[in-house]
Design a protein around this ligand. Structure first.
Ligand code: AP5
Ligand code: MG
Length: 207
């Protein structure tokens, strides 16, 4: 199955993509994770996008589209994939339509209050890409999956979160209508606990 996870920053795309990946056996393709890996390794791409990502802006469409196009051509995507954080603009969505036939776009609907609460407590593991919330961690510094050192994402500072939400509303929100017009949109209430939201997603995925 070829699934897109749509939703504002902090709506739970990464958390749900990780669970879906384990259950469905298809890879999670997170453009945010790809960019953070390049930042960490200080690759030429990482250096080019450093200020954009840490400021909450969007990496240029042509760079992002090329990365996703190449990634989706790899063998592990042959039976499907979960796109987490792509597409994020109409230009990206239209480009994707030219090289992939998507089955379903799941829109995680969450209020801004919930988003701010989630992002202010988020911890990220740069070693295994795990995402957690301090409220569920016994030690806020140690990854419960791989033992790596947890960090706070650069772009989770309050002013950057507000900028990400602004850009989401302006550039990404119109994709909800784009996939609705294609008859591929399902909207899921993204508030509530992780297991509750996850079950809602499983119920609406096409069989
Ligand atoms: P990206 O990494 O994609 O960031 P984002 O879209 O802002 O989304 P987040 O990762 O912040 O949130 P999420 O929805 O994954 O929520 P999560 O599961 O972590 O992108 C980062 C940057 O890269 C962008 O700003 C941009 O610069 C660049 N970029 C990426 N893609 C791009 C593209 N296509 N084009 C251009 N630029 C691009 O959950 C959040 C927190 O809530 C966690 O702590 C989690 O544990 C907790 N949580 C999740 N679900 C629940 C629940 N149901 N109940 C309680 N807690 C929950
Ligand atoms: Mg994410």
């Amino acid at each position: 199955m070829k699934i897109i996870l749509l939703g504002a920053p902090g709506s739970g795309k990464g958390t749900m993509a990780q669970k879906l990946t384990n259950e469905l056996g298809i890879p999670q393709i997170s453009t945010g994770d790809i960019f953070r890996k390049n930042l960490k390794e200080e690759t030429p791409l990482g250096l080019q996008i450093k200020d954009i990502v840490s400021g909450g802006g969007l990496v240029p469409d042509e760079i992002t589209i090329e990365i996703v196009k190449n990634r989706l051509a790899e063998a592990d995507c042959a039976n499907g994939f979960i796109l987490d954080g792509f597409p994020r603009s109409l230009v990206q969505a239209e480009a994707l339509d030219k090289f992939q036939d998507i089955d379903c776009a799941v829109n995680l609907d969450v209020s801004n209050d919930v988003i701010v609460a989630r992002l202010s407590g988020r911890r990220f593991c740069p070693d295994c890409n795990g995402t957690f919330h301090v409220s569920t961690l016994s030690d806020a510094n140690v990854c419960p999956v791989c033992g790596g050192k947890l960090v706070i994402r650069q772009d989770d500072r309050e002013e950057t979160v507000l900028e990400r939400l602004r850009i989401y509303g302006e550039t990404t929100f119109p994709l909800i209508d784009y996939y609705a017009r294609q008859g591929k949109l399902v909207t899921v209430d993204g508030s509530g606990g992780i297991e509750v939201v996850y079950r809602r997603i499983l119920e609406v995925l096409p069989r």
